[in-house]
Ligand binder design. Sequence first.
Ligand code: PNS
Length: 165
Amino acid sequence: MSEKTAIYPGFFDPITNGHLSIVNRALKIFDKLIIAILKNPQKAPLFSIEERIYMIREALKGVENIEVDTFDGLLVDYAVEKNSNVVVRGLRALSDFEYEFQMALMNRKLNRNVQSIFLMTDYKWFYTSSTIIKEAASFGGDISGLVPDVVNRKLKEKFSPTKNT
Ligand code: PNS
């Protein structure tokens, strides 16, 4: 049987425990998972691509069968380039559904061979997102337990650089 590789795309600005839950679930189904960070010049991220790659690698240290990569352009083209026809996305509360549905249908129109599959994130992360975590961290809120330690550290460095140097 040939190896089955899936793509897990996103901005990962930064990676959260919710994302990690999806990675671990996907690895139970697929032989290999490519975590693919979109390089989007239109969106100003908090963390650079290099920082995001570093945090993902640190958070998943010791986990086998993953690759961390970047892409630009269409996701379906990237999937084909990586010899994959599966896109994994995480689903949290109902609010994700419409956006995910739109994206899955667009991807399906662009390439019918690429399948989107949705994994439910653990209920503990149902209401968290990179955006809300960044907002809480920017005001000095305690976001430990919602993100891997390396991300917690990096967020503190970003928002209070003098205290942590
Ligand atoms: O972390 P996000 O914001 O949920 O990730 C969104 C992402 C990167 C998966 C999506 O914007 C994407 O795949 N962009 C690539 C461009 C593309 O293929 N667009 C057509 C389908 S929406």
